[in-house]
Design a protein around this ligand. Structure first.
Ligand code: SF4
Length: 259
């Protein structure tokens, strides 16, 4: 049994890869605004309008979107996987328009972007970040590529969650302003206990930027889902196999690239 204390698409991905195991999730309502911004029936129509395009999808999407994709990417391997296609290959990138725009920029491609986004990464306040930078002039500002372009332009470093963590461990700076979901700050503090990590503030009344979906996971719910082995992810086998294909493709390209 796998207990996936995350959001629904993550538990679904675990089920796609582990069909013989029971995959339980502490709160079935733990969704994802990014995944929800790309409903499979609408995306299917969009795809049909562009039959000469291959579909590259960020792993933060539903099994239905994975099943409509040619290859899945993470924020760590997106650039290498997009680069593995011939330069003239037309590509649709889904569901995150910000990550897609960032990959377009670093690869020089012109991928067609699905208009989806993550609510957590879309509401960072440039004004508040600038103020924080003035208060902490030696702090490095680091951001996840799901953030909007103006935020990424200000960043000293842009990277995946793992990339950001590694950067904070290896960089000599002692203060970091971090623009991504705040859950990673705990790991950063554990890895570098003498350094200071400041969550980049959103454009609302809060001081930090929590994902309300991730935060549905509580110790009590984890205990209950382990005790009752519910709720579990049930997936149609045809959908599972179709969704697994682009994940296998990602693993194959990553392996060939030595990742
Ligand atoms: S932070 Fe939350 S809403 Fe955003 S992509 Fe992650 S799970 Fe989805």
């Amino acid at each position: 049994m796998i207990v996936f204390a995350g959001v629904h698409f993550m538990a679904e991905t675990a089920k796609i890869l582990n069909p013989t195991k029971k995959v339980v999730i502490p709160d079935f309502k733990a969704g994802c605004s990014l995944s929800d911004s790309c409903p499979p029936p609408l995306f299917q129509k969009f795809k049909e309008q562009h039959p000469d395009h291959v579909v590259v999808s960020y792993i933060n999407c539903s099994a239905g979107i994975k099943a409509l994709s040619d290859v899945i990417v993470t924020s760590s391997n997106a650039r290498i996987i997009v680069d593995s296609f011939p330069e003239d290959q037309k590509i649709i990138f889904a569901p995150d328009k910000n990550l897609g725009a960032y990959i377009n920029k670093v690869t020089g491609r012109d991928m067609l972007l699905w208009n989806g986004a993550c609510m957590v990464h879309e509401i960072f306040s440039l004004e508040k970040i600038t103020k924080l930078q003035q208060q902490h002039p030696n702090a490095k500002f680091i951001a996840h590529p799901e953030c909007e372009e103006p935020v990424l332009k200000m960043a000293d470093f842009v990277g995946s969650t793992t990339g950001l963590l590694k950067y904070t461990m290896e960089n000599d700076a002692t203060e970091f302003i971090v623009a991504t979901e705040t859950g990673i700050l705990h790991q950063m503090e554990k890895a570098s206990p003498t350094k200071k990590f400041i969550p980049a503030p959103p454009d609302n009344g809060c001081a930090c930027n929590d994902c309300p979906h991730m935060k549905r996971n509580t110790l009590e719910k984890i205990y209950l889902c382990m005790k009752y082995e519910l709720p579990d992810i049930i997936m149609d086998e045809e959908l599972r196999l179709a969704a697994k294909k682009p994940i296998d493709k990602m693993l194959e390209i990553s392996k060939a690239a030595g990742l």
